[in-house]
Ligand binder design. Structure first.
Ligand SMILES: Cc1cc2nc3c(=O)[nH]c(=O)nc-3n(C[C@H](O)[C@H](O)[C@H](O)COP(=O)(O)OP(=O)(O)OC[C@H]3O[C@@H](n4cnc5c(N)ncnc54)[C@H](O)[C@@H]3O)c2cc1C
Length: 467
């Protein structure tokens, strides 16, 4: 039997960085992957959605070219080429990870892994897998490891009460690879996935209706910002209904029929974007049982499950279900294994929505600060008063910060141009716990969008120059 220092099940943004880190330390590492390296993030999530959004956004800007004094004629698109470009981006990045594995001497085992004991993983062929070969693949029925890490990620969570016909009722998996744009699309769920994919389909011609059961879109987002964004998305062509339930979903005449707020509505397709659940197939048929924390695997501060020697990271454990959080788990676990006294701290995990306008936040929302009884002041700045944003013809948007009495950032939220990159600035303020004096040392380049943060911060302290 092949034996390793570390076996990781899952080659997503949790599993593959952990494999590389420990291989760099000289450990003998195997990664078991049932699908493709890169996990949900690269193959079914972050990257394919952002590639489709880039095409959608490009089309949007072409339609807006007049604002910049440009004339563009015959604007159009070819959906098959949009899809092919997305697939090529994914293929390229996948190849990069496979090369990194080869270079680092990580053994990639293709197949479904099942936990047989705290030190053994059984491997079965992935049902329907086309290509089980790889230069670094290790054909084996069972492998042995000193430690095992379950970086098994998550899958779409569609309750059994929902229709299961995936040709009409898509999850994000089917939506990302669809061959044609439906004339109308019902999106059940106004979270990140629902809004991002809803916007892609709306831009390419679908009549999109997003229905969110909760009173606001994007749960976790500052409530006032979520409310402010409703007319913004409406202007972008999305019908968004909040505080409403989709009921009685069924198929009639090859179409999706349901009731929303008592009215019967019909759509060509539905996208069920109602959340994800950990993918625990590694425990199906396993003699081991691991303690749970709700649907997640329960771990301690050292990422160890209830079974000593078996660890879990990423979407499989409680916390934001985000790729960078999975990678942070991997890096933290690697540092612990390599002797550093660190524990995970999720107080500065940024969240991003890559729609246009983009939306991003970090730290506490105003509601959370109130719930915790914290004293804070609010600072705001509009992109319509930011020179760079206006020069870019992107003056819509706002930055909002919550600051405590020492001038430390409690939370920040923004919507507008490049929000997903800009959020890194308040993430650094918060992670480094900068106070007023620390902040005063920061010089922002001019003209940049980042100046909006400086202005919002100064506004919170009641001393801003502009706005
Ligand atoms: C549509 C969509 C868009 C998203 N966009 C973003 C985004 O923009 N930014 C962001 O941060 N996050 C985004 N996410 C979330 C992000 O993809 C996940 O948080 C992240 O991939 C979790 O990483 P992970 O390593 O824990 O698991 P995964 O990426 O899910 O990887 C787990 C891997 O384990 C494999 N596996 C599972 N069980 C077994 C087994 N028994 N044997 C062998 N292999 C197994 C799976 O095949 C998979 O490849 C998005 C998700 C979706 C669905």
């Amino acid at each position: 039997m092949n034996s390793f220092d570390l076996i990781i099940i899952g080659a997503g943004p949790g599993g593959y960085p952990l494999a590389l880190r420990q291989a760099q330390k000289g450990w003998k590492v195997a990664v078991v992957e049932a699908d493709q390296v890169g996990g949900t993030c690269l193959n079914w999530g972050c990257i394919p959605t952002k590639a489709l959004l880039a095409s959608a956004k490009g089309l949007h800007f072409l339609h807006q070219a007049g604002k910049l004094g440009l004339t563009v004629e015959n604007v159009g698109f070819a959906w098959d080429r949009v899809q092919a470009r997305k697939d090529e981006v994914v293929r390229q990045l996948r190849g990069g990870i496979e090369k990194l594995f080869e270079k680092a001497g990580v053994t990639l085992v293709r197949g479904v892994g099942t936990l047989q004991s705290p030190h053994r993983v059984a491997i079965a062929p992935t049902p329907g897998a086309k290509d089980a070969s790889s230069p670094s693949s290790c054909p084996a029925n069972e492998i042995e490891g000193q430690r095992i890490c379950l970086a098994v990620g998550s899958v779409p969570g569609v309750p059994a009460s929902f229709p299961q016909d995936r040709s009409l009722f898509w999850t994000s998996d089917e939506a990302l690879h669809c061959k044609e744009i439906p004339a109308s699309l019902l999106v059940v769920g106004g979270g990140v996935i629902g809004l991002e994919l809803g916007q892609v389909f709306a831009q390419f011609g679908s009549k999109v209706t997003v229905v969110e059961m909760m009173p606001q879109i994007l749960p976790g987002l500052d409530t006032a910002t979520a409310k402010r964004l409703l007319p913004v998305f409406k202007k972008a062509g999305l019908e968004i209904l909040v505080g409403q339930k989709v009921e009685g979903l069924q198929i009639e005449g090859g179409r999706v029929v349901c009731q929303i707020g008592g009215a019967v509505r019909t759509f060509d397709r539905a996208l069920l974007a109602i959340g994800r659940r950990p993918n625990l197939r590694c425990l199906e048929g396993s003699p081991l049982s691991l303690d749970r924390d709700g649907p997640f695997l329960k771990v301690n501060e050292r990422f160890e499950t209830s079974q000593p020697g078996v660890y879990a990271i990423g979407d499989a454990i409680r916390g934001p279900m985000l790729a960078h959080k999975a990678t942070y788990d991997a890096e933290t676990l690697a540092r612990q294994w390599n002797g550093e006294p660190v524990t995970p701290d999720y107080s500065a995990v940024p969240s991003c929505v890559y729609t246009y306008p983009e939306i991003a936040w970090v730290g506490m929302s105003e509601e959370e600060a109130q719930k915790r009884g914290l004293a804070y002041t609010v600072g705001r700045f509009l992109f319509s008063a930011n020179g760079r944003a206006l020069a870019m013809a992107e003056g819509d948007g706002q930055v909002k910060v919550l600051v405590d009495a020492d001038g430390r950032l409690l939370g920040a939220v923004l919507w507008g141009p490049e929000a997903s990159d800009l959020i890194m600035e308040p993430t650094i303020w918060r992670a480094l716990n900068l106070d007023k004096h620390g902040m005063e040392r920061l010089i922002h380049p001019h003209p940049t969008l980042s100046e909006a943060f400086l202005e919002a911060y100064e506004n919170a302290l009641g001393r801003n120059l502009h706005g």
